[in-house]
Design a protein around this ligand. Structure first.
Ligand code: AMP
Length: 642
């Protein structure tokens, strides 16, 4: 049976882990990094770049490089909200036909789920390369505070990526699982998770393998991106004050400023001041301009003071909802790259009155927890029970625009709850149930999830029909709503019609498209590899030709020259068939050269070289020398001697 992988699909970086022989293992990508940037770009020929390679070219290709797609996933297009959520990005965000926020690149629109699917696919292929087998199943994590639409969109993304999602679990719950696996006894733990895009806080009780989430809270508009944007704003303002130039209209400069801001933020986690140097940031009539600024840690802390303050209320609320005080907590776990910031750690101590746990890798712990959950679901890890909760209340709109909760926040999932409603008018033959999620009293202040329509009610005075509305929340935290007319005895059920997200048909279309991409990506890769092989052969043949060319007969020499010429043309064409033929011909022609070299060597007088080996061919009967594959690791001399 193939392995289940755990994927932490982060705003900034993603991480993949797997259980190997009972232990979790974080899988490095082909560059050796244990996390991979959640960045997608479309290159010169519209080829798809994902991960580090996409991040690296962001400065020069900003309007075709998509970062922080997770901040848009499952979101409606609300102009102000989008502006505050995703700032200083080079790509365009547009309103899709279904009212969601999508991304526009080169006049083509992509749903954030499609972009996230490309990141997930990359994580899947990293795992496949490491495991040497196909991977089809995964546990994917989401911020605990993600609403139904965001969870559904993440599930769609996984499907588009060709992954069967066994479970969507909350990031802090995954972190607690990684921390608590194998620990005995009873502990109360808070998981403080501040990542690139979101902030989550969860309070759990861990009791001999039972992970009971007592409450969760957070802010899906608060993360490292907001800190970077504050620093970027400060840099832009200072530059304007010094040089009178507004850099916000220059896309390349803005991309560099964003990177410079993030780098400064990282440096200020260990240093107390830092220099930001961005040479040739723009040019004016008086010549090129360089950005050179000094930022101290306390200055930066001043710029982000209100963001730090916003961390407090969700923590207090989570403690209240769990009916616990801070002193009753046994441990505070820090998750997410932003928890490396000194001021964030101080704030944690201020809120909870104790030092957080050390020794947890904030970038990897979530993926590790997801991998563990994968093994739990497959029955490979026993004795672990995960009791998670829904982060936000779910309910419907009643007369006068009021919000009536049916499942309240922090209810353990899965769960199913029903309430009876009636009609507001005489002879109403249809009811339309508006389903919402949130904590506000008025429906319009909460997030609309969709509608359930129940048709064909018999004529009756208002208030008489009994409509039973049932909310069913599955283990992924995804909702299904059913409405039934109890009065007639005729049961009618209807599933929720989502007002946002992707319709099943859209998902299917994207799955097919992703499969085609996979095919064309494979073909492109095969062509590149063949071209590289031919390039290598061209190089070595030319070098041998320079040195030993005169040993060839005029006829062999002209065959070889022709093969070299055809190979050059094949490399330029990029055509796989031409490349294969050229490679075959060149390999044959260059063999003639090798034969000439060795026969010339046989004729030459033999000498012992300084290593004591004869330069003549090995005598018959001597063991053949081991052949080294090109690319075989060099054995470290020291190690070999040990
Ligand atoms: P995550 O979503 O968990 O990958 O967190 C990524 C966020 O953590 C980004 O905003 C990073 O800039 C931030 N981050 C990573 N390392 C550091 C660091 N040493 N100091 C401050 N922030 C960091």
């Amino acid at each position: 049976m193939s392995k289940v992988i755990g994927i932490d699909l982060g705003t900034t970086n993603s991480c993949v882990a797997v259980m190997e022989a009972g232990d979790p293992l974080v899988i490095p990508n082909d560059e050796g990094s244990r996390t991979t940037p959640s960045v997608v770009a479309f290159g010169k020929d519209n080829e798809r770049l994902v991960g580090q390679i996409a991040r690296r070219q962001a400065v020069t290709n900003g309007n075709k490089t998509i970062a922080v797609a997770k901040r848009l996933i499952g979101r409606r297009f609300i102009e102000d909200e989008v502006q505050t959520t995703v700032k200083h990005v080079g790509y365009k965000i547009v309103e899709a036909d279904n009212g969601d926020a999508w991304v526009r690149v080169d006049n083509r629109d992509y749903s954030p789920a499609q972009i996230s699917a490309m990141v997930l696919e990359r994580m899947k292929s990293i795992a496949e390369a490491y495991l040497g087998e196909k991977v089809t199943q995964a546990v994917v994590t989401v911020p605990a505070y993600f609403n139904d639409a965001q969870r559904q969109a993440t599930k769609d993304a996984s499907k588009i990526a060709g992954l069967d999602v066994l479970r969507i679990i909350n990031e802090p719950t995954a972190a607690a699982l990684a921390y608590g696996l194998g620990r005995q006894g009873h502990e109360r733990v808070a998981v403080f998770d501040l990542g690139g895009g979101t902030f989550d806080i969860s309070v759990l009780e861990i009791d001999n393998g039972v992970f009971d989430v007592r409450s969760t809270n957070g802010d899906t508009f608060l993360g490292g991106e907001d800190f970077d944007n504050r620093i970027a704003r400060w840099m832009i303002d200072r530059f304007k004050a010094e040089h009178g130039i507004d850099l916000t209209t220059d896309a390349v400069a803005m991309q560099r400023i964003k990177e410079g801001a993030e780098k400064a933020k990282h440096e200020l986690s260990s240093a107390t001041d830092t220099e930001i140097h961005l040479p040739f940031i723009c040019s004016s009539a008086s010549g090129p301009k360089h950005l050179s600024q000094e930022l101290t840690r306390s200055q930066m802390e001043g710029l982000v003071a209100d963001l730090i303050d916003r961390l407090e209320a969700p923590c207090r609320q989570a403690l209240d909802d769990a009916r616990m005080t801070a002193d009753e907590l046994d441990a505070i776990l820090l998750v997410g790259g932003m928890t490396r910031m000194a001021r964030v750690q101080d704030k944690v101590v201020e809120i909870f009155g104790k030092q957080p746990e050390r020794g947890i890798n904030p970038d990897e712990v979530v993926a590790v927890g997801a991998a563990i959950q994968g093994s739990v679901l497959r029955g490979e890890v026993k004795g672990v029970i995960l009791l998670d909760v829904t982060p936000l209340s779910l309910g419907l709109e009643t007369q006068g625009g009021l919000f009536e909760p049916i499942i309240t926040r922090n209810t353990t999932i899965p769960c199913k709850k029903s309430k009876i409603f009636t009609t507001a008018q005489d002879n109403q033959d249809m009811v339309r149930v508006h389903v919402l999620q949130g904590e506000r009293e008025m429906a319009e202040d909460n997030t609309s999830l969709g509608f359930v329509e129940l048709h064909g009610l018999p004529p009756a005075p208002r208030g008489l029909p009994e409509i039973e509305v049932t909310f069913e929340l599955d283990t992924n935290g995804i909702l299904q709503v059913h409405a039934k007319d109890r009065g007639t005895g005729k049961a009618q059920t209807a599933k929720i019609v989502s007002t946002s997200g992707l319709a099943e048909a859209d998902v299917q279309k994207m799955v097919t498209e992703a499969e085609q991409y996979r095919k064309s990506d494979r073909e492109r890769r095969a062509a590149t590899e063949a071209r590289n092989r031919l390039d290598g052969l061209l190089y070595t043949t030319r070098r041998s030709m320079d040195e030993y060319g005169p040993l060839l007969s005029p006829q062999d020499s002209s065959i070889l020259k022709d093969a070299l010429y055809q190979s050059d043309r094949a490399v330029d064409s990029g055509d796989l068939r031409l490349i294969a033929t050229a490679h075959e011909n060149l390999a044959m022609a260059s063999q003639r050269l090798a034969e000439s070299i060795y026969s010339a060597a046989r004729m030459a007088p033999q000498e012992e070289d300084e290593m004591g080996f004869g330069s003549a061919p090995a005598p018959v009967g001597r063991a053949p020398r081991p052949t080294l594959d090109i690319g075989t690791d060099i054995i470290d001399d020291e190690e070999e001697n040990n």
